[in-house]
Design a protein. Structure first.
Length: 221
């Protein structure tokens, strides 16, 4: 009941427009099942093989989100079922996702990952990169992907002013792209267990929360 209690408390505090992705990476199927039985349907994984294994075991109405750094050679394994890929950081990856989605007669939803953190370990695109991708000739031929929006990971810090500035910068870019390029981006994925409240204040409509639901992470080799 620990997971159900945490999930209920969290969901009851979220605005209606904010989607919750329960980050289930490293968590056993039993934990995911408890969250599922409590009504949760969106789950996020950062390792493709782990997500494939869980997909094969758990109910098929779960929407699986790939939230980790994506390697192109792993796309084919999740292409039959993945609902949303959060961390797309190159045109080459979009081309590969499109290729694999086409094999399964699917359209795979994608978010472009923006680098907003000051940490070198974080991946992501800058504004110039994103505009270049969205205005490229190649993107016009990718009929089996849909760019739904943007994703960003803030710096791992307790400095709320810095977090606020980083999230705000992503929301500004999100709005700017929709206006200047006449796009219809819907999803702004930003905010995790330690900073999702600040992210929501800055316009996030999708948060990725793990430890606040499942407890501390179980690290695996």
């Amino acid at each position: 009941m620990f997971i159900k209690r945490n999930l209920d408390q969290l969901v009851n505090t979220l605005p209606d427009n904010v989607q919750l992705v329960a980050v289930s990476k490293t968590k056993p199927v039993s934990d995911i099942r408890e969250a599922y039985d409590a009504g949760q349907r969106l789950f996020g994984e950062n390792r493709v093989q782990e997500m494939v294994n869980k997909y094969q075991t758990l109910p098929k109405d779960i929407q699986w989100h790939m939230i980790g750094h994506l390697q192109r050679n792993k796309v084919k394994y999740m292409a039959p079922f993945v609902h949303l890929i959060h961390g797309v950081d190159s045109l080459e990856k979009l081309i590969e996702i499109n290729k694999q989605a086409k094999k399964h007669d699917r359209v795979i939803n994608c978010l472009l990952q923006v680098k907003i953190a000051q940490e070198n370990s974080k991946f992501g695109l800058n504004e110039e990169d994103i505009v270049s991708i969205l205005q490229s000739e190649e993107i016009k031929d990718l009929k089996n992907i849909k760019i739904e929006g943007l994703m960003g990971m803030a710096t791992f810090t307790s400095n709320e002013r810095q977090l606020n500035d980083e999230f705000k910068s992503l929301k500004v870019l999100f709005d700017k792209l929709n206006t200047s390029l006449i796009l219809d981006l819907k999803t702004l994925s930003m905010g995790m267990s330690g900073d999702y409240k600040i992210a929501i204040k800055n316009g996030s409509n999708m948060i990725r929360v793990g430890s606040a639901i499942f407890g501390e992470r179980n690290y695996i080799a």
